[in-house]
Write a protein that binds this ligand. Structure first.
Ligand SMILES: C[S@@+](CC[C@H](N)C(=O)[O-])C[C@H]1O[C@@H](n2cnc3c(N)ncnc32)[C@H](O)[C@@H]1O
Length: 261
């Protein structure tokens, strides 16, 4: 993978591209007047990360372009600011000051909503196994431009870890987060959020492992929460209690620390 800029980059775009290349240890190449096809040929690379004033976008041959966007987080935070509830925050019993580990971060929409819910005194860590997604989301959380102060502040509070959640969970102390949350890729292609379609080609679609659930129950102080499609059966497999919210395309379920409901 190489990093370049849009044609005629501004000094700010150039600085962003330099930072991204340095942070993720990727080669930075000057765009000049070259087309992406010409750059691919010259550097023998199929994946090009292009930085423009709109942020970073990954272009790979035969795949949809991939870029960060806050997805459902924008309107969910707006609704929370109006005093509405958010089902995910309710299932997780989120309070200001909570510490949340989002073990399947993806585009980070849920992590951003958690960060809004836990507020300035809380902590949200997102784990993503796919380096490309982790990098672009970590970068996007810093660079996405929005007029919503609440959204910007929440994005800035999400801390990203790239790696497999089972491995990272193993390395964490017992009772170190209030909630551990899983939203694995749905097995069927239908997903309530069209925004997630953008990461399908890049995402890890392996099923959730019993080891990861066991480690999550060790690391969580309060509960482990699972989100799946309405036809999902993981909650039964792992003995979770479904949380019923009317009319939803998704089913949340939870398991309390200690095995109770
Ligand atoms: C459905 S998406 C999560 C969407 C996310 N909740 C959001 O709001 O954007 C699932 C993500 O989990 C990642 N994933 C799957 N298995 C993982 C694992 N073992 N460790 C870390 N991340 C994993 C996938 O690559 C994918 O990006």
């Amino acid at each position: 993978m190489i990093v370049t800029t849009s044609l005629e980059p501004t000094p700010e775009t150039l600085r962003h591209a330099e930072e991204l290349a340095r942070r993720f240890d990727l080669p930075l190449v000057a765009r000049k007047d070259d087309s992406l096809t010409a750059l691919r040929k010259r550097y023998e690379e199929t994946e090009i990360l292009i930085v423009s004033s709109n942020g970073a976008r990954l272009e790979a041959v035969g795949k949809q372009p991939f870029f960060f966007h806050p997805n459902t987080a924008a309107f969910r935070i707006k609704r929370l600011e109006r005093g509405d509830n958010d089902t995910m925050l309710a299932v997780c019993q989120i309070q200001p000051g909570d510490e949340v580990l989002d073990a399947t971060m993806g585009l980070g929409a849920d992590a951003i909503v958690f960060a809004h819910g836990v507020g300035k005194t809380g902590r949200v860590v997102g784990i993503e196994s796919e380096k490309t997604i982790a990098w672009l989301v970590e970068d996007g959380l810093r660079y996405w431009s929005t007029e919503s102060e609440a959204l910007r502040e929440a994005m800035q509070r999400v801390h990203v870890l790239a790696g497999d959640h089972a491995e990272i969970l193993k390395s964490l102390p017992t009772d170190s987060f209030d909630v551990v949350y899983f939203d694995p890729m749905f097995e069927e292609t239908v997903h309530s959020s069209a925004g997630i379609a953008g990461i399908r080609e890049w995402a890890n679609s392996r099923s959730l492992s019993p080891e990861a659930i066991a480690e999550a129950l060790r690391v969580a102080r309060r509960r482990v929460v699972l989100k799946e499609g309405k036809t999902g059966v993981l909650y039964q497999k792992f003995g979770f209690t479904p949380y019923r919210a009317r009319g939803n395309q998704v089913v949340y379920s939870y398991k309390e620390k200690g095995g109770g409901e």
